[in-house]
Design a protein around this ligand. Structure first.
Ligand SMILES: Cc1cc2nc3c(=O)[nH]c(=O)nc-3n(C[C@H](O)[C@H](O)[C@H](O)COP(=O)(O)OP(=O)(O)OC[C@H]3O[C@@H](n4cnc5c(N)ncnc54)[C@H](O)[C@@H]3O)c2cc1C
Length: 526
C-alpha cells in the first residue's frame, strides 16, 4: 500500500517530541504542542482513534453523577471544557437535552442540578427544569410509570468521538513541522548520547523505521503500562486499572427518543445508563463498567454484558419489548482509569501527568471531554523543562464566492458537518461536478465527502473510512444491500489510494467478513 508520508524524511529528522498514542489524549497534545516551535510527531499503532477514543458514549459532559462522589473540581473543569468545545467545534460538538426520570423525589437531585447549573458560567446551555408525571409520559410514552414522580431536564453535549480525534490531528498537522503517522507502532527504544531512537513497525509498508527524538510523551490511554514496559523493561508497577465498557446500538425506529435519557441499570449495582440518539438514525445504549484483566488489544463482549443492558431497558421501557434481535451492533472500549483501589464504577475519572525520567512524560486517565485542558497542562510541564516560542498561526482564507455553482442548501449542510473545512469538500466538487452526487440513495453522503476524508484524514483501510470517519459500520447491517454500499466505498478508495485489483479485493473481502462475522461489530460470546 502507498504511504502518504515520506518515511525517509521522518527517519532523517530529529524530533523534539514524539507522542505515542493517537487517541484523543495524544491528538490534543499534538495540537497544543504544535502551537509552539517544537518539532513534533505523533505515532499510533492502529488507525487514529481506534483505541478507546472511538468506543466512548460520545458525550461531552460535566459528569453529573460525579457530584455524588464530591468530585466538584472534576465536574467544574469538565463543564468549562464542554462549553469551550461547544463554542469552538460547533460542527462536531452539539448541545443535547437529557432527561433524568426520578422515581423517588429526593432533594439531593435538585441540589445536584443546581450545582451543575452553577458551574455552567456563561449559560452556554439552557437551565435545567422539572417536568411532572404527565409531561414525562408525553416525552417517553413507553416509560415504566410504577412509582414515577417526574423528570429533570438538563443540557449537555454529544459528539462523534472518532471524528473529533481525527479532526484535531488534521488541524495539528496543518501547522508547520508537525506530523502524525497512523499504523506505526513503537516496539523498542535505544538511548543514544544526544537523543533517543524509537524503533517502530510501519504496518502499511510492513517494515521497521527508526525515529529520533529528545522527549517522549506516553499518551497510551489504557496501554500506558504496556508502553512504559517497552520503554523501560524494569518497570513493573501498574498505573492503570483498565475497566471494560460495552454499548449496544439500536435503530431509532425501535426506541424513538429525541433526548438522551438517564436510567437505572436496575441490577444490584444501581449504576446509571444512558440512551443517546445518535448519527445514522441510531440510538446508543450503555454502558457496562467492569474491571478488565484480558488482552487489551482484543476485548470481548460476553452475554452478561448485553443482558445487563437489555435487562435495564426492559425495566425502564417495558412496553418497547427490546430484545437481542433488535441489536444492530455493539462495541466495547477500555477505560484508562488510574489505579486507586476503588471499584471501576466508583473510580475517579481524573487524570495524571508525571515525569518518569528527564525525557519521558506520561499522561493517562481523564475523559474525552477534558482532552483540551489535559493537553494544556501537559504542555505547561514541557514548557517548564524545554521552553519554546509560540509559533505564528497559519490563517485559512476561505472565499465563499468561488463556490457559486453549489446550492446554498449543500453549502449549509457541509458547514454544519465540517465547520471551516467545508471549503475543502467544496473544492473537490469544483474539481469534478460528479462529486456532488450521493454515494447511495439511502445514505446521506456525497462522493466529495468520501474523497475529503481519504485525502485529508489518513484513511488506509475501508474500516478507517466506514467505522471512524462515517460511523456507518455500526448500522450497515440494517441495509439489505450493504454489500453494494461497501463496494461503492471500496471502489472510491481503490481509485483515490491507487490500490491494485488485489488490494481492492482483499480490503473488500476483509471488511465484508468483519461485518458478517462480527470482528469490528464484536461477536457476543456465550
Ligand atoms: C465505555 C466508555 C464510555 C465512555 N464515555 C465517555 C463519554 O461519554 N465522555 C467522555 O468524556 N469520556 C468517555 N469515556 C472516556 C474516554 O473515552 C477516554 O478517556 C478517552 O477516549 C481516552 O483517550 P486516550 O487517547 O487516552 O486513549 P486511547 O483512545 O485508547 O488512545 C491510546 C492509543 O495508544 C495506542 N497505542 C498503544 N500502544 C501503542 C504503541 N506501542 N505504539 C503506538 N501506539 C500505541 C492505542 O492503539 C490507542 O489508540 C468513555 C470510555 C469508555 C470505555
Amino acid at each position: 500500500m502507498h504511504r502518504k508520508n515520506n518515511l525517509s524524511e521522518i527517519e532523517n529528522n530529529e524530533y523534539d517530541i514524539v507522542i505515542i498514542g493517537g487517541g484523543i489524549t495524544g491528538a490534543g497534545i499534538l495540537w497544543q504542542v504544535s502551537k509552539y516551535n517544537y518539532k513534533c510527531l505523533l505515532i499510533e499503532k492502529g488507525d487514529f482513534a481506534s483505541g478507546t477514543s472511538s468506543k466512548s458514549a460520545k458525550l461531552i459532559h460535566g459528569g453529573l453523577r460525579y457530584l455524588q462522589y464530591g468530585q466538584f473540581g472534576l465536574v467544574k473543569e469538565a463543564i468549562q471544557e464542554r462549553n469551550y468545545l461547544l463554542l469552538n467545534f460547533p460542527h462536531l460538538v452539539k448541545p443535547l437535552e437529557f432527561l433524568f426520570p426520578v422515581y423517588s423525589f429526593k432533594w439531593k437531585y435538585r441540589i445536584g442540578m443546581a450545582i451543575y447549573q452553577f458551574f455552567n458560567k456563561g449559560r452556554y446551555t439552557p437551565a435545567y427544569s422539572y417536568l411532572n408525571f404527565e409531561q414525562t409520559k408525553k416525552l417517553i410514552p413507553e416509560i415504566n410509570t410504577n412509582g414515577l414522580k417526574g423528570t429533570f431536564s438538563y443540557y449537555d453535549a454529544v459528539t462523534n468521538d472518532a471524528r473529533l480525534c481525527n479532526e484535531i490531528i488534521m488541524i495539528a498537522t496543518q501547522q508547520e513541522d508537525s506530523k502524525a503517522l497512523n499504523y506505526c507502532e513503537l516496539v523498542d527504544i535505544e538511548k543514544n548520547e544526544n537523543h533517543i531512537t524509537l524503533k517502530c513497525l510501519d504496518h502499511i509498508k510492513s517494515k521497521s523505521i527508526n525515529i529520533k527524538t529528545k522527549f517522549i510523551v506516553n499518551a497510551g490511554g489504557a496501554w500506558v503500562d504496556n508502553i512504559l514496559s517497552v520503554i523501560n523493561k524494569k518497570i513493573t508497577t501498574k498505573i492503570c486499572a483498565p475497566a471494560k465498557g460495552v454499548h449496544i446500538v439500536l435503530s431509532a425506529n425501535k426506541i424513538p427518543i429525541k433526548q438522551a435519557v438517564l436510567f437505572s441499570s436496575y441490577a444490584n449495582d444501581k449504576r446509571m445508563l444512558y440512551a443517546i440518539p445518535w448519527e445514522n438514525n441510531s440510538v446508543i445504549v450503555g454502558s457496562t463498567d467492569t474491571p478488565f484483566k484480558g488482552n487489551i488489544n482484543a476485548p470481548q463482549i460476553i452475554k452478561d454484558d448485553v443482558n445487563y443492558i437489555l435487562n435495564a431497558l426492559s425495566h425502564f421501557v417495558p412496553l418497547l419489548k427490546i430484545n437481542k434481535s433488535d441489536i444492530i451492533s455493539q462495541f466495547v472500549g477500555i477505560r484508562p482509569l488510574i489505579h486507586d483501589g476503588k471499584s471501576s464504577k466508583d473510580s475517579s475519572r481524573d487524570y495524571r501527568i508525571w515525569w518518569e525520567n528527564e525525557s519521558l512524560l506520561n499522561i493517562t486517565g481523564g475523559k474525552l471531554t477534558s482532552f483540551h485542558s489535559m493537553a494544556k497542562e501537559l504542555l505547561g510541564e514541557l514548557l517548564k523543562k524545554y521552553p519554546k516560542e509560540i509559533r505564528n498561526k497559519k490563517k485559512r482564507n476561505i472565499d465563499d464566492n468561488c463556490f457559486n455553482n453549489v446550492s446554498k442548501e449543500i453549502i449549509n449542510s457541509l458547514q454544519d458537518k465540517y465547520g471551516e473545512h467545508y471549503s475543502d469538500v467544496l473544492n473537490i466538487i469544483e474539481e469534478d461536478r460528479n462529486n456532488i452526487m450521493p454515494i447511495h440513495s439511502d445514505i446521506n453522503v456525497l462522493l466529495a465527502e468520501i474523497k475529503y476524508f481519504i485525502r485529508f484524514q489518513n484513511c488506509y483501510h475501508l474500516d478507517d473510512l466506514l467505522t471512524r470517519r462515517f460511523s456507518l459500520t455500526y448500522v450497515l447491517k440494517q441495509y439489505d444491500n450493504y454489500q453494494l454500499i461497501i463496494k461503492k466505498f471500496a471502489l472510491i478508495m481503490k481509485s483515490e489510494c491507487n490500490w491494485t485489483e488485489q488490494e481492492y479485493l482483499n480490503e473488500y473481502n476483509t471488511f465484508i467478513l468483519q461485518i458478517e462475522n462480527g470482528t469490528t461489530i464484536e461477536n457476543v460470546l456465550a
